[in-house]
Design a protein around this ligand. Structure first.
Ligand code: GTP
Ligand code: MG
Length: 347
């Protein structure tokens, strides 16, 4: 069954490409900066150095950025000065450098927002789902995570004065819960041509965690070409939990998941797009006792930058949303409803 045969061995193998035919050399918006997403894109890292780095566990640009020249020199046998240059290039690629307060102001001005369809929810989010950020929707089954993702995939297409970004969406579906029929309904609900709205959403089923990561790698090429403004991963955790069950696999699972989140963060940041991920958490604490990623109220973003939205079921079609650990957003909860036409405010 082809790709379905990937076992844990394959999943654990460092995935950094040595031969990078695609070479992710997209230009960023505005600034003409080369996008480095692979350690072999770093100046000074040829195939044999790359091989040594990978064998020593330096499989990502992030890992190299936080290494010391001594360490790298020791494992690869390259001179310390060369190692220093590689590390500097990795830091530059990741934008790990001083910024002025004014840079920060410009970045915040460039941020855009997508309406959720509910004014209440938008207000809670400080105006909507933000670009350059990962937004995590977490909550129990049926709490509305997938419905919000569908709605955003439609709303991102709206003109800016209607709360959209006039862009397309990518929907990475890991559970097979995407429904084009729902997109059709929601498009009608906001006055978009349903066929056109469906054409503007690229759906892909991720068959395992390895595939899920590979898809995001590809997006670095695709986002700008296709005017993608929103990437949804629904759910971000499902495959990782299934493939790495229990406490004994927790460290490996977290490591892979963190890498995936970093990929997504860079995608959001570099292309100024919104990334929305979902994460099912159970309502019964006893079942998941001892597992911090599945604890009640647990979210995968941890201390990574991003916005965490907890969703809860309420009566009928009502749902409650709450923002978790976001000092810059208003405290408290809000209520929205899931209607035939999509996400709305309660009557
Ligand atoms: P899991 O993926 O199981 O963790 O749940 P989730 O949080 O993704 O829940 P989801 O967004 O799928 O919400 C499911 C709820 O949305 C259902 O219980 C319905 O109340 C509502 N819903 C789903 N489809 C429709 C629809 O076509 N019409 C209406 N009116 N409501 C719908
Ligand atoms: Mg769902």
């Amino acid at each position: 069954m082809g790709q379905g045969n990937w076992g844990p061995e394959e999943v654990n193998r460092p995935r950094t490409r040595i031969h990078h035919g695609r070479g992710l050399k997209e230009l960023t918006e505005g600034a003409e900066r080369k996008v480095i997403s692979d350690i072999t894109d770093l100046p000074g890292v040829g195939p044999s150095t790359a091989q040594k780095l990978i064998e020593a566990g330096y499989t990502t640009v992030e890992a190299i950025a936080v290494a010391t020249p001594q360490e790298l020199s020791q494992v690869t046998g390259i001179p310390i000065v060369t190692a220093q240059k590689i590390i500097e290039a990795a830091r530059e690629a990741l934008n790990i450098d001083f910024k002025t307060a004014y840079d920060l102001k410009l970045e915040s001005i460039n941020r855009r927002k997508i309406t959720t369809g509910s004014r209440n929810l938008d207000e809670l989010l400080g105006g909507g789902i933000e670009t350059k950020t990962i937004t995590e929707l977490f909550g129990e089954f049926g709490s509305g995570k997938t419905q919000i993702c569908h709605q955003l995939a439609v709303n991102v297409q709206l003109p800016e004065d209607k709360g959209g970004l006039e862009g397309k969406a990518v929907y990475i579906d890991t559970e097979g819960t995407f429904r084009w029929e729902r997109i059709e309904q929601m498009a009608r609900g906001v006055g978009l041509d349903p066929d056109e709205a469906m054409r503007n959403i690229y759906w892909i089923r991720a068959i395992n965690s390895h595939h899920q990561i590979a898809i995001v790698d590809k997006l670095f090429d695709m986002v700008k070409k296709e005017n993608i403004k929103l990437v949804v991963v629904d759910s971000v955790t499902g495959h990782f939990r299934a493939e790495f069950p229990g406490r004994e696999n927790l460290a490996m699972r977290q490591q892979l998941l963190n890498r995936h989140l970093h990929q997504l963060m860079r995608l959001a940041d570099i292309f100024n797009i919104a990334v929305v991920i979902t994460n099912q958490v159970m309502a019964r604490p006893d079942v998941f006792y001892g597992d911090p990623t599945q604890a009640v109220g647990g979210h995968v973003l941890g201390h990574a930058p991003g916005v965490r939205v907890q969703l809860k079921k309420s009566r009928g079609n009502k749902r409650i949303a709450r923002i978790v650990d976001a000092p810059h957003l208003p405290e408290g909860e809000t209520v929205f409803v899931i209607t035939e036409w999509g996400i709305r405010d309660p009557e």
